[in-house]
Each structure stands twice: as C-alpha cells, then as structure tokens.
Write a protein that binds this ligand. Structure first.
Ligand code: MOS
Length: 728
C-alpha cells in the first residue's frame, strides 16, 4: 500500500512535534559512521568484480575539432592492454550537463581540451593508465573560444526567460539619492569532492549493473539509457556510499558511459577510476561570473532600484547556465528592477551545478554591493538590510512560506558582538594586523522533489527503510532512520536504512539541499500508512496512537507491536509529489553570516579569525548533521572569498590547477572557530515543516569576509578570490 501526498499547500499539522520518543531533531550519530572511519565502507573505486579489468580515459589535447586517427596499434602491443575503445557514444558525451536526450550526431567532436575521446582497457589499472598516456592521436583542429566569457570569439546568448524588468529602472536610478554601480567577478570553480569519480560496469544477461559515484540514481538511469541507447529498465545503479559530490555527481560523467560501453564490448566487468586531475577536468565546473550590480536608494536607505546583470559561460548547446540572479528577485524590496542574464559559449569544461548554483555567487556579489551601499549611506550594514526586507515576494505578490531574515540578522548581530564593530576602516590594529568585521544575509531557494520510500516493520521489532536515496556525506542514513524510529516508536538501533540502489523505490536523490526533506517525507508517509494500520488494529484514530519502545499505547492500553501486527510483517510505501505549493508561496531558507578577519598590513595576508552563522531552515531533523552542513557551507564561503579558483590556460582553455594541491579549498588551518545557531522555526509550506540546509551557508558567507576585509583595511576587492595581490 502506498501513501501518497501531493504537496499543494501549507500543512499546519505539526505531528512530529508531539511524538513520544524525541528521536527526531536530536543529534544522532551516523549509523554508517563506524564503517567509514574504519575503512570498511566500500566506495565505488574500491568495488571489485570477478574477472574485472581496468579502463583509463584518453583525453583530447586540442580544444576543438575532430579526431582523425587514433593510433591504437602501438599501445595494443603493450603488456596487459586489451582494447582501445573509441565508440562515438563516448566521444559525444561531453559532460554532466548533457541532457537525457541522445546527443546529435554532429556533436561527435571535441569541444574542450581534456574531453575524453577513448578508453584504454588493460588487465591492471597501471597498464591502462600507461597505455592511455602513450596513445597518440591525430586531429583536425578548429579554433575555439577559450579565454572566458569575454572572449571575442564567444557567441553570447540572452535566454528570454532569464531577463526581466519591472517599473522604470533607469529613471529610478537617475532619481535616486544614492547610487551604486559596480562590477564584481567570481572565478571558475570546481566541486572538488574528496572521492574521485569512478564507475564499475558489468553486463548480466541483457542488463547493465553499474556501480557509480552519483548523487541522484533515478535520473542517472535515464541519462545512461540515453547515452547508450538502451532502456532505463535494463540498468541497475548502485551507490551505497558517495564521498561528496557538490554537484559534480548530480548526473553521469564520461567515465560512467565509457565503463558501460567497454564492459559490453569486453564481456567482462570494467572499472574506470578517474585520477584526481581527470575528476576535476572531465566532470563539471562552476562558471566564472561577471556581475554588474546597480542600486538606487533614498536618503533613508530604502532601495528604489535593483539592477543585476550577469555574464556566465558554458559549452555551446548546453542548457544550464549559472542561475546567478535566482534570489535577486525576492531578497530585497525595490519598486524598479532589472535582471539581465547573458551566456557566452566557450570551449571549456562543461559548466553545471556546483554547491548552491546561483545564490552562491549571486548573493555573494549582491551582499558585497549592499555593504558598499551601507558605507555610502553611512548606515550600519545590518540596519540597511533590515530596512529593505519585503513583506511579500516582490513582483509576484506571493506570500513567503516563512521569513526569518530579520531575526537571523538581529540574532546573529547580537551573538557575534556586532556592536563592537568600528564603522570606519583602519580603526583597529593589533601588531601587524588590521582587524575588521563584516556581515551578509544568507538566502537560498528551497526545493521539494518527488520521492518514494518503502518501510517494512518486522515481527521481531525491527524496521527497514529502503529507497534509492544516496548519502553523499550529508547524513541521509541517520536522518531517514530517525524519521522511521520516531514515527514507529522504535529505538534507533532497531531501524536499518538501505540506500543507493535503483532496484529500490526512486527517491529525490541528493542535490540542491532537497534530499533530507524530500526523501525524508516519503519515509514519513510510509510510516504514516503503517501507523494508520496499527491504529486500526488498536481501535483508535491514528493521531491518538502513541508508539513508544516497540509498544502501541492508547488510553490505558499498552500492546506490543508484534501482537498488534497479528502475526505478519507489514510494509508500506510513501510517495511525495511536488504540487502547487511551490507556485503559491515563495519558499526559501534564510540566515546571516558574520566574520571577523585580520589583514596583515605588510604582506596582505588575510586570516579569518572567527565566523558566526544564523540559519532558519524550518524543522531541524538531526542537530548534528545539520550543524555539519552549516559549517560546511560557511567553509565554502571562506574558499570562495579567499582561495578557490580554477585557472584556465589562456591558450587552450584547459584547467591548469587540477588537483587539491593546486586548487585550494580551505584546510583546517584556514578555518577558525565557527559558530552555528539555528533559529527555532517550522515552515508549514514545507513537507514535515523541514527545509534544506546543505547550501544555505555558502549563499552569502563569502561576502561577509569580503566586507570584513574592507572594514579592516579599507580595500574593496571586487574580484574573487581575494588573493594577496588584490589586497595590497
Ligand atoms: Mo548540488 S550543486 O545540487 O549537489
């Protein structure tokens, strides 16, 4: 039996608040944690299969053109080498951004430097890699646009749906008492997950069994089917453990397709494990952005005009373009507004979703501009933001599902000690260091995705949760077990959660901060169905039924669950369907970030000394994993502000710094004491009153650091990351 719920509007039934056990919301440790820290969790790259051979990707050494000859003969004589596979289906698949539609035949060429064009298969990984490096390739080359979105050779498109104008922005700007008109730049960035991309493919009969590093298995099934020209039903994908994705594993990547093709041809299991450079060069990246932000304000600091123009890049034909202005539409009030969105077609690695696509870079630049405006107005940056919070969504007039930006700002300011900030730069010095404080609002759209899950209740008092959901390090195992334990009145140890297998009910997958609330709601619904049946057996209405410690309780009766189940195990499915709720209300998460930095007056070195974030995300499902997500988000902010930048070679567009030694994500020494504070909130418009948390931290946190640097030393940096040369 399936319990379906179409998410059409608010649900004020806060039943999870009244549950008997109080397991949900608690900081429960991850049930799979011990496996991970003892090295027993088997990740894709560690998967073995009898008779398995190894594939290594061969990659283009030109930016654009066609392969004319693959000189396979010489490498085929090398020890252990079994085959060189240059199936056009592999060449055509240029990256994660590829849609589920089969690529057009004329797209069968090289479109970026480093694009996989063949796979060498050998008995060992070392033999395969050696041969792949030795393979020489002849090309017919064409020129490409490689220097970035401003390359004169890049065609620029203005997708109609992404442009908007309200009122008379130019006249409003002209009439404004105070005006800001600035250009900000953010760098090309990498998801840089710890676990490299990998796939192990095996054909069993006519069916493809694929172990792959993926965030969303059900949609990946469709993508593999489209890339190979087979049916999704003939594909099973497994990913019980995923070592971070940050967007780069939302869709399949070339190594997935290559492994599948090779396994079919070799009639043996084929494992393709990307090297670190391959992981960074063949999957996806975040587009660099150029953002022009205009603001007009009256003399009381009320915004009259907001303008946000963006230029981003992607490969020709790719649908995705970094949704820079996603939250610009509703974060602050202003009667006159303009959004312009341009996409330049460049020949660089495909651009796709990376860690909060849109707000991560869009809100960051906007929050830097807000700081400049506050400065010009002589207003406290917190006060400026408080003055411009809309009551309903600007433009549409829709209500906000919940809105705690004001509270996030004031509570954050209080906890951080914002009143000790000096209004003018260069007011506080400790030895060689200028010390300053900065802040920003945090905002991220909240998304609900379709999700299914199955919950089985056994007579021995245990429950099993099954869904194709992934755990990318975020805590899915813990959270889904908690929901079932809470709903069914079982101790955490009696609930097992099995994930990462497309043979199980299709979940939301992990991405866009939607995983825990969407798939969690499917588990919730399955449990609700089981509760209804138990209540029927108990002879009471379901809401009056208390389940605790393996017993059903109503009035003065207390019955063991096994007795109530009448000698048979029970099973139910839950199915959450996104409905009209998203159209009826603007759903978002809100927060504020505060940073204190030191800027070395002699060297220009920037050190983040402390940071604090306030987060309003609806119901917190697991206090421990939620806190970790919030910390991670703020740390991404440190990376965006100070270190993260994919450097593309100006001659051919290839990525120069393609490993974790050269692409700098913050390490422990870069991360100071961070404080996370969740505001008590229930969002009735969100299923289970819970919203996403994974990405909120990055959606502005970098700006708090940029603004703190200005407050410290008086330098405005408008191009991220703020390397030393830009500060001096
Ligand atoms: Mo996310 S960038 O949707 O993994």
């Amino acid at each position: 039996m399936t319990r379906e719920m179409t998410h059409d509007g608010p649900d004020a039934d806060h039943r999870l608040d009244g549950m008997a056990q109080g397991v949900l919301g608690r900081g429960e440790p991850r049930p799979e944690g011990a496996l991970k820290v003892t090295g027993r969790a088997v990740y894709t790259g560690d998967q073995q299969a009898p008779g398995m051979v190894h594939g290594a990707l061969v990659r283009a050494t030109i930016t654009r053109g066609r392969v004319t000859t693959l000189n396979s003969a010489t490498v085929l004589e090398m020890p252990g080498v079994l085959a060189v596979i240059d199936d056009p289906r592999l060449v055509r698949f240029s990256g994660q951004g590829a849609t589920t539609k089969p690529p057009k035949a004329d797209a069968a060429g090289v479109v970026y430097h480093g694009q996989p064009i063949a796979l060498v298969v050998a008995e060992t990984l070392e033999q395969a890699r050696h041969a792949a490096l030795r393979l020489t390739v002849d090309y017919a080359e064409e020129p490409g646009a490689v220097t970035g979105p401003e390359d004169p050779a890049a065609e620029v498109e203005l997708p109609q749906k992404k442009q908007s104008e309200t009122g008379a922005p130019d006249a409003a700007l002209e009439a404004a008492d105070t005006v800001i008109d600035r250009i900000y730049r953010t760098a090309s960035m990498s998801s840089a997950p710890m676990e490299p991309h990998a796939s192990l493919a095996e054909w069993q009969g006519g069916k493809l069994v694929l172990h792959s590093t993926l965030q969303m298995l059900a949609s990946a099934q469709g993508q593999v089917a489209a890339a190979l020209g087979i049916e999704p039903e003939d594909i099973r994908i497994l990913a019980p453990h995923v070592g971070g994705g940050f967007g780069s594993k939302l869709g399949i990547s070339p190594e997935t397709v290559a492994a599948a093709i090779a396994a079919q041809q070799m009639r043996r299991p084929v494992s393709v494990v990307c090297t670190r450079p391959q992981s960074m060069e063949t999957t996806s990246r975040r587009s660099e952005t150029l953002q022009r932000i205009q603001m007009g304000a009256d003399d009381e600091g009320r915004l009259t005009m907001i303008g946000h123009e963006a230029l981003v890049s992607n490969l020709p034909g790719q649908k995705f373009s970094e949704p820079v202005q996603q939250a610009t539409h509703f974060t602050y009030e202003a009667a006159h507004r303009r959004v312009v969105h341009r996409v330049a077609r460049v020949h660089r690695l495909v651009a796709a979703s990376v860690r909060a696509p849109g707000e991560a870079v869009g809100a960051t630049a906007f929050e830097c501009a807000m700081d400049e405006l506050a400065d010009k107005l002589g207003l406290c940056p917190v006060a400026l933001r408080l003055r411009n919070i809309p009551k309903v969504e600007p433009g549409t007039g829709r209500p906000f599902s919940s809105h705690k930006l004001a509270e996030a700002l004031t509570e954050g300011a209080r906890r951080f000690g914002w009143e000790h900030r000096h209004a003018s730069p260069r007011a506080r010095r400790e030895g060689e260091w200028w010390i300053g404080m900065g802040m920003s609002s945090l905002v991220r759209v909240n998304t609900v995705m379709e999700a299914k899950a199955r919950v089985s209740l056994s007579l021995d008092g245990t429950a099993l949760v099954e869904t194709d959901m992934t755990d990318i390090g975020t805590g899915s195992y813990a959270i889904l077990s908690q929901i079932a334990a809470e709903m069914l009145g079982l101790p955490m140890g009696s609930v097992e959660t099995v994930l990462g297998d497309t043979d199980l009910p299709a979940s939301s997958g992990s991405g866009g901060s939607f995983g825990a609330a969407s798939t969690g709601s499917a588990v919730y619904l399955a449990c609700l169905e089981l509760r209804s049946r138990l209540a029927e057996a108990m002879g009471c209405p379901e809401p009056e039924l208390t389940l605790k410690d393996g017993h059903a309780i109503h009035d003065n009766r207390k019955v063991p669950l096994s007795t109530l189940m009448g000698g048979a195990a029970m099973q139910a499915e839950g199915h959450l369907i996104p409905g009209e709720a998203e159209d009826k209300a603007r759903q978002a998460t809100w927060g504020a970030a505060f940073a204190e930095v030191g800027v070395n007056a002699i060297t220009g070195e920037i050190r983040v000394r402390r940071m604090l974030g306030t987060f309003a995300i609806g119901r917190v499902l697991n206090a421990q994993t939620a806190r970790s997500q919030a910390l991670g988000g703020m740390i991404w902010g440190i990376g965006m502000a100070l270190t993260e930048e994919l450097v593309h070679d100006a001659r051919d567009g290839h990525i120069v710094n393609r490993d974790l030694a050269e692409y700098h994500v913050p390490v422990n020494a870069d991360v100071p004491a961070l404080e996370v504070h969740f505001l008590e909130e229930r969002d009735d418009w969100a299923p289970m009153q819970a919203k996403g948390i994974g990405e909120l931290g990055i959606c502005g946190a970098g700006a708090a650091i940029v603004n703190a640097v200005h407050n410290a030393c008086g330098v405005r940096v408008r191009s991220l990351p703020m390397t030393v040369d830009k500060v001096l």
